[in-house]
Ligand binder design. Structure first.
Ligand code: SAH
Length: 418
């Protein structure tokens, strides 16, 4: 292993200290018994002593019965990441190695679809709360969403290195995780990322298309892998169509539409670097006749303003995809998010041909599927349009949903009723 100072996952203090124990409120006990992966700070009624980040904590009910084991996070409102529900076991190296292995083995069917860019570990949903691992061909990206993983990072890297044999592993840190023994974007195993078309990019395959991820600085871990199946469906409905992809990022939906036979695709995003990547993706797939024949235009700017301008110029599309960033990360933002979705729905309908298809997505975890769909249909009604909803889908199989809060992605596939 290069570029990384190995450290045992058992910090020196652990030898001298007593086992950390937490007693939980009734409601929290019930949630843990129902296999929920989080314990919030206010749910702890008694803590045997202050714990260190990542220390194992034993969870008890009010009758001192052990109900689970987790990792302690002193700074986070999610105070414990529950790793095991039930009686005594050891959260040792073998435990975590086994969880990692189970996660990467579960994704093996994806390889049959000419796909080597996918989520290997989806945090809580793979029994590894706060840890995400994405694969882009021979590059792995490990992203920490909680400090509890610092003492185990060496174990995680070693297990992934030995089991998956990547060329390199890049470390990414969520905003709430401070650099500790490495920084956001550090290559912690193997050599630097190669230069492709003048940029540090990792080429990978998704359903037979080439994409280029920026694992060092890109949003999330470099690509939005959760939309793979929804992109495939957009490809299937695009033959001979004009397609508008709003909030396109690096053009995931645009490429599938082009390969599916779209005559013209417009990618619209606020980020010019993301649109530059979309152009690179068209170039990288130019050997596909449909992609090379398709006219691709990019529009840089605010989606709300640019959609209005497109409508004023009387542009109309057969397929419109709207996949905005999360509008509600906090409960207080839900109302505003619902308003924004309704505005986007009205703007999208102004651009949609009378028999057009609309794909309307949301990744706001605070807005659940039912509320999202009802609100979107209200927006359509405000625009005087009647929509038929053919289907509402979620994430691709490498993003399993293990608890309610994890079902963040929903995509409505609609058509305008004449
Ligand atoms: N559909 C994309 C993922 C979209 S992520 C895919 O399949 O890969 C959300 C995108 O919205 C980001 O690329 C971000 O740059 C863009 N964005 C955020 N605010 C925006 C705004 N006001 N107008 C246009 N784009 C915006």
């Amino acid at each position: 292993m290069t570029g990384w100072v190995a450290m045992t996952h058992r910090p020196a203090y652990a030898a001298q200290m007593s086992v950390l124990r937490a007693r939980l409120r009734r409601a929290a006990v019930k949630r843990v018994r129902q296999r929920h992966p989080w314990v919030f700070d206010q749910s702890i009624t008694h803590l045997s002593r202050e714990g260190e980040p990542g220390e194992t904590v034993v969870l008890y009910d009010d009758k001192r019965k052990q109900i689970g084991l987790g990792l302690y996070d002193p700074k986070s409102p999610i105070r414990v990441r529950v790793m095991h529900h039930g009686g005594p076991i050891s959260l040792d190296d073998a435990f975590f190695a086994q969880r990692l292995k189970a996660a990467w083995e579960a994704r093996e069917p994806l390889l049959e679809s000419d796909t080597d860019g996918y989520r290997v570990v989806h945090g809580e949903n793979d029994g590894l709360g706060g840890l995400v691992v994405d694969r882009y061909a021979s590059t792995l990206v490990v992203k920490l969403y909680s400090d509890v993983w610092w003492p185990r990072l060496d174990l995680v890297l070693r297990t992934l290195e030995e089991g998956m044999r990547p060329e390199r592993i890049v470390l990414r840190l969520a905003r709430n995780v401070a650099a500790h023994r490495a920084q956001d974007g550090d290559v912690v195993v193997g050599g630097p990322v190669d230069v492709h078309q003048g940029q540090h990019r990792v080429p990978f395959r998704e359903n037979g298309l080439w994409f280029l991820a920026d694992p060092i600085r890109g949003q999330k871990t470099g690509f939005f892998l959760d939309q793979r199946d929804n992109r495939m469906r957009v490809g299937d409905m695009s033959h001979g169509k004009r397609v508008l992809n709003v909030f396109s990022y690096s053009g995931g939906f645009s490429l599938y539409a082009a390969r599916g036979g779209a005559t013209e695709v417009v990618s619209l995003d606020l980020s010019q670097p993301a649109l530059d990547d979309a152009e690179r993706h068209f170039a990288a797939n130019n050997d596909d006749n449909n992609v090379s024949r398709c006219i691709h235009r990019t529009v840089q700017g605010d989606a709300f303003a640019e959609m209005r301008k497109l409508a004023q110029r009387d542009e109309r599309f057969d397929v419109v995809v709207v996949d905005p960033p999360s509008f509600a990360k906090r409960a207080s933002e839900v109302e505003g998010a619902l308003n924004s979705y309704r505005r986007l729905m009205r703007l999208a309908l102004d651009l949609l041909e009378p028999d057009g298809r609309l794909v309307f997505a949301s990744c706001s975890s605070r807005v659940d599927k039912d509320a999202f769909c009802a609100n979107a249909l209200e927006g359509a009604e405000e625009a005087g349009a009647r929509l038929v909803v053919d289907d509402v889908t979620g994430h691709a199989m490498d993003h399993p949903v293990g608890f309610a809060e994890a079902a963040y992605l929903k995509a409505m596939f609609c058509r305008r009723a004449l």
